[in-house]
Design a protein around this ligand. Structure first.
Ligand code: 5AD
Ligand code: SF4
Length: 398
């Protein structure tokens, strides 16, 4: 099963192409390919990532067509009730974005970090965790496997802020992956020099995952030991100007954070032009100064998802692993039923996953990527959702 449906190019206007899927038109940006009307393409996150031979495209579309409409019908039935804010948010999601659900893969390639965030198990002063780094070759091979064998169309490469990966190494990594894989590549490598991000964009990276963590300046500088919120926000703005799609958001349940803080964080996420809202619960780690802070309730997280959906109906909202950790059995299901419409699957080699301990007992350390894919597909089908990204709506700017 793949994570994008080919669409037919029906119009080309410079870098913006209009693509038709099952009679619906969407726009996408084409930076990498020579395209003509009637060509078939995969688009992801609003970018064309691969040209697909006509025969192959028609066969994939044929396989999907019936299932897609059946799933749509199921989604329709499951969103009839609007008796509480979760149901209301879910029906708003359906009205505005339909039943497609982005499923991205994530590779956590290093757990070294030069920072000392009070909330995070990877903080530099935590000498109880075993550190690891994947070599460039390992990361490239794994990306190829994720793209060419598992069928992912979007992959996040994530690490702590680890300067072992020099500018040259990161550039080589992105260039190689761009050459070898037809994927939408998202980087989550913390705060690096803006010139490096410009070069990485040129090399083929198109998304940045960087949370602002909290929009409350005092909380931010206390939790991130003297770092400035303004600097982070400026960086996010500059990254967007370069052309990156921004995946950003905040933590819920930080000490001294109020509900008003959280609501203004939803607005800030939108103001930053986030392609994807990524917010989730803070989960205390025993080897950090915040070990005694209690976890936030599941209800609070679901309420924030629902609020974000109601305030910003067109947004993509991620079910985070931290939410899945808060309720291992139903976290993802409940998140998707409260307005969320995106998921990530961990494809980090299993021997490293336990070591990427941002917080303890993470939900996704045990299941292999293949088993998790099956679990996600079953979950999505039970909810009438399709594991595909149909590009940007015509209403949205490309
Ligand atoms: N609980 C939940 N999320 C955390 N992160 C860091 N520490 C924790 C924690 N204890 C999140 C931060 C960071 C991302 C990589 O992990 O939001 O941006
Ligand atoms: Fe490092 Fe990010 Fe953890 Fe802070 S939150 S310690 S920057 S990995």
């Amino acid at each position: 099963m793949c994570y994008a449906i080919p669409g037919k190019v029906v119009e080309i206007s410079n870098k913006i192409v209009t693509i038709e899927y099952f009679n619906e038109k969407k726009k996408a940006r084409n930076d990498f390919f020579e395209l003509l009307p009637n060509d078939y393409v995969f688009a992801q996150g609003g970018f064309v990532i691969q040209k697909v031979p006509e025969k192959e495209a028609i066969s994939i579309i044929q396989t999907w067509k019936d299932l897609f409409f059946r799933l749509q019908e199921k989604d329709q039935i499951l969103t009839l009730k609007k008796d509480n804010i979760y149901e209301l948010a879910n029906s708003i999601r359906k009205e505005h974005l339909g039943n497609s659900c982005c499923v991205h893969g994530i590779i956590e390639f290093s757990n070294y970090c030069i920072r000392n965030c009070l909330y995070c198990g990877l903080r530099k002063d935590n000498n109880k965790i075993k550190r690891y780094r994947m070599s460039l070759e390992q990361i490239i091979k794994l990306s190829e496997y994720a793209s060419n064998v598992l069928g992912f169309k979007a992959i996040v490469l994530q690490s702590g802020e680890d300067l072992w990966y020099t500018d040259e190494k990161l550039l080589k990594l992105v260039e190689e992956i761009h050459k070898k894989c037809s994927i939408f590549l998202i980087l989550s490598i913390g705060e690096r020099d803006i010139n490096l991000f410009k070069k990485l964009y040129k090399a083929g990276a198109r998304g940045i995952l960087l949370r602002f963590e909290t929009g409350n300046e005092n909380l931010y500088s206390n939790l991130k030991e003297g770092q400035e919120l303004k600097k982070r926000i400026n960086l996010l703005r500059e990254l967007r100007e370069i052309g990156y799609l921004i995946f950003t958001g905040f933590l819920i349940g930080l000490p001294n954070q109020t509900f008003e803080d959280i609501i203004s964080d939803i607005h800030l996420t939108n103001k930053l032009g986030a392609e994807m809202f990524s917010f989730g619960p803070f989960i205390p780690h025993p080897e950090t100064p915040l070990k005694y802070i209690p976890r936030p309730s599941l209800k609070l997280i679901l309420t924030v998802i629902a609020k974000a959906r109601i305030l910003y109906p067109e947004s993509k909202i991620l079910v985070t692993t931290a939410l899945e950790t808060l309720d291992k059995k139903n976290g993802a299901y409940l998140g998707l039923k409260s307005g969320a419409n995106s998921l990530m699957i961990n494809i980090t080699p299993q021997k490293y996953r336990k070591m990427y301990e941002i917080y303890p007992q993470r939900a996704d350390v045990e299941l292999s990527a293949k088993n998790k894919i099956n679990k996600v597909i079953n979950l999505l089908q039970s909810l009438g959702r399709a594991p595909i990204d149909l590009g940007l709506n015509l209403k949205q700017k490309a």
